[in-house]
Structure formats: structure tokens, C-alpha cells
Design a protein around this ligand. Structure first.
Ligand SMILES: [Zn+2]
Length: 74
């Protein structure tokens, strides 16, 4: 009898978990969403954030500008 209760409890748990799984999930973040624009700390042009190179708080349009700024600041 106890085994039967455990089986029933497991079935209920599985049903609850399945129901949670079937909940519509928030849309996954795709890489194609309009990105935030950030400004290159060296030349000042705007580039999409995902394409920008980051060094600390600064964003750069290219590796060259990142290197140049790093040399100037050190
Ligand atoms: Zn730049």
C-alpha cells in the first residue's frame, strides 16, 4: 500500500514537472535583435555593441584603436 502511494506521488510530480515544461518560455535571445550602439573611445564612431572590442569600461571599433588607446593611457 505504501508503495502504491509513492507511485501515485511520483506520477503527480511528473505531471507537475511536465506542465511546467510546457509553459510558453520567453523567446530566446537571438543574435539578430537590433543591438545597442556604442561609441569607440578612440575615434568616436558608433558601432554595434556586439562588434565592439571591450577594454574595461571602454569600447573600441577595432583592435588597432584598442591598442593605440592602451599605449596612450599607459
Ligand atoms: Zn575607433
Amino acid at each position: 500500500m505504501r508503495t502504491l502511494l509513492i507511485i501515485i506521488a511520483l506520477v503527480i510530480i511528473v505531471m507537475i514537472v511536465k506542465r511546467l515544461w510546457q509553459k510558453p518560455r520567453p523567446p530566446a535571445q537571438s543574435g539578430q535583435q537590433p543591438g545597442k550602439m556604442v561609441q569607440c573611445a578612440n575615434c568616436g564612431i558608433y558601432i554595434p555593441e556586439q562588434e565592439a572590442l571591450t577594454r574595461g569600461e571602454q569600447r573600441y571599433c577595432s583592435q588597432a584603436h584598442l591598442d593605440e588607446d592602451m599605449r596612450n593611457s599607459s
